[in-house]
Design a binder for this molecule. Structure first.
Ligand code: AMP
Ligand code: DBH
Length: 553
């Protein structure tokens, strides 16, 4: 290990790999000791004049080459250090997709600071929780030009979390300070990092409780980027569109932004993933790869019918974050050519991909196979015993790029790991003989109706096959007779006449015809204009349940 500078308590509350495991990963060549920011400095040496980032949408259309991006990041690092930031300190980063986001992120990394990767949709409750829990000293965000004024959030944050010494604003700073840049001749940047300490902290999706910080080290994140780039067959010719919020693991590193920078490709940012805007960006920049959540993939599929923009440059369209239904996967390929790649990942580590040469049938029916042969996946029953292939169980995982613990998140979060270091994903999956996994639901996402366990996902997937239903969420509602009754909240499809009801009996007989057991049939169906979504765009059942409970109180 290189000389460890004073890293401001960064290691406190961090759970590293046990020494034997770390040694094995290093000996296998998986851990390389490079700093995460070296991905960009190395590419800048090889391909200084290649385009590295372009900001589309509200960001203007500025393109930076690798040499320019590297220079801008160093100037930002120098500015941040001059302003009093110290290596190892945690900094809350919250910016929309833009070239500015890329420069600030790299500037923080280059300064040795540890960015906490929050999403634009996070608000004071999540931001103050993450700031307090990580011991963050600074908040870097932007002005109000994208609809929400983060300067107000910054003011409240300073009142609530006294540890926040600095607020820096991209754009009009208002009562705060602009993000500083400085001459690198005047400020020495740290030349090395401790590669097995956290480089950045991702934020868990938070389907239960407040989000938890996820420490990803230089070694593991460099590996995550490289393996993902290889599986997606990325080269310097590729143009990756960051359309999902860039701070999320999926667009950030699977292969996303860091994977594209690893191979010298071009990252285009947009803060508007709707097809009327994104399709033009794809055409203008000849985008070859992008990533979406299933709800957006559905909208893109439909939009190919009416959007005039030419999106034929797309080679791979990754879909992940929640389950992509079979019919939706098929429809996406039918609309755009065989571009779908399913991605089943978690910010905690493990990422599964369908491979580009997998048969399309397999791509449509499963969520992918682990990216590394060093991923140790177990699928277990409620007693913790392994289930045979083909049977459903909870996915447990450990491996070179999967965390051993959350960062400073307390006793309860420690329950997410087994004594021998596996992360308990909470996902219910089945393994096929090929090693591919099919996600069947969340282990706790069940309705207990009249003593029978009904998996919400099973009913939801069958519901969305109904021609009038585009999206569905199934929730258990407390019921005097049944214990819980099955409530289906549905968003109607484009073909369904607006305002027209959907009859419960019609839905029940449709599901019965599809072979669904009688005890799984919904007891009620409600049409809703939309389902609440999380910061990245997954259906937010926590909020749905709370809303339903309020209505039924
Ligand atoms: P996060 O906490 O945001 O990292 O979310 C990770 C979780 O998202 C996983 O544990 C799964 O529950 C879910 N997820 C991600 N990708 C998929 C997918 N392709 N299919 C089903 N669920 C997914
Ligand atoms: O949902 C996720 O967190 C996710 C999905 C796809 C993820 O972290 C990833 C790929 O890396």
């Amino acid at each position: 290990m290189s000389e460890t500078p004073q890293l401001d308590g960064l290691a406190d509350g961090y759970v590293p790999h046990p020494e034997t495991a770390a040694k094995r990963y290093a000996e296998a060549g998986l851990f390389t000791g490079r700093a995460l920011w070296q991905i960009v400095t190395d590419t800048a040496t090889r391909l200084p004049d290649a385009p590295a980032v372009t900001g589309a949408g509200t960001d203007g259309h500025r393109t930076l080459t690798y040499a320019e991006l590297d220079r801008a990041a160093r100037a930002r690092a120098a500015g941040l250090l001059s302003a009093g930031l110290r290596p190892g300190e945690r900094v809350i980063l919250q910016q929309h997709n833009s070239a500015a986001f890329a420069i600030t992120l790299l500037g923080l990394l280059r300064a040795g600071a540890v960015p906490v990767m929050t999403l634009p949709a996070h608000r004071i409750s999540e931001i103050s929780h993450l700031a307090a829990c990580t011991g963050a000293v600074a908040y870097v965000t932007e002005d109000g030009r994208r609809g929400y004024d983060y300067r107000n959030l910054a003011t409240t944050l300073r009142e609530r979390v006294p540890g926040i010494r600095h607020v820096f604003i991209d754009g009009e700073p208002g009562d705060h300070l602009p993000i500083p840049d400085a001459d690198t001749a005047d400020v020495a940047l740290p030349e090395s990092v401790d590669p097995d300490l956290p480089a950045l902290l991702l934020v868990s999706g938070g389907t239960t409780g407040l989000p938890k910080p996820i420490p990803r080290t230089h070694d593991d994140y460099v590996l995550n980027a490289a393996l993902s780039a290889e599986i997606t067959q990325l080269t310097a010719e590729d143009v990756y569109l960051a359309a999902l919020p860039a701070a999320h693991n999926f667009p950030l590193c699977c292969p996303g932004i860091f994977g594209t920078w690893t191979v010298g490709g071009h990252v285009v940012f947009t803060d508007n993933p709707s097809p009327d805007s994104a399709f033009d960006v794809i055409e203008a920049n000849k985008v070859t790869v992008t990533a979406l959540v299933p709800a957006l993939a559905q909208v893109w599929t439909a939009a190919t019918e009416w959007e005039p923009a030419d999106v034929s440059s797309l080679r791979v369209l990754q879909v992940g974050g929640s389950k992509l239904g079979l019919a939706d996967a098929q429809a996406l390929d039918a609309a755009l050519g065989p571009v779908t790649q399913q991605v089943f990942g978690m910010a905690e580590g493990l990422v599964c991909y369908t491979r580009l040469d997998d048969p399309r049938e397999l791509v449509h029916r499963c969520q992918g196979a682990p990216m590394s042969e060093y991923d140790e996946v177990r699928i277990v029953d409620e007693n913790g015993d392994d289930v045979p292939d083909g049977e459903e169980g909870e996915l447990l995982v450990r491996g070179p790029y999967t965390i051993r613990g959350y960062y400073r998140a307390g006793e309860q979060a420690a329950q997410s790991f087994t004594p021998d270091g596996y992360y308990r994903s909470g996902d219910a999956v089945r393994r096929q003989e090929t090693g591919h996994l099919a996600v069947t639901g969340r282990i706790k996402d069940t309705v207990v109706r009249a003593g029978e366990n009904v998996a919400a996902d099973d009913v939801e997937e069958n519901l969305t096959a109904h021609p009038s239903i585009r999206q569905a969420a199934v929730i258990g509602v407390p019921d005097a007779d049944l214990g819980e009754r099955i409530s289906a909240l549905v968003v109607t499809s484009h073909d369904h006449p607006p305002g027209e009801p959907i009859a419960l009996n019609d839905v029940r007989s449709f599901l019965t015809d599809r072979g669904l057991a009688a005890f799984k049939l919904p007891d009620e169906v409600h049409i809703v204009p939309s389902l609440p979504i999380t910061a990245i765009g997954k259906v937010d059942k926590k909020t749905l349940r709370a809303e339903l409970a309020k209505e039924n109180a």
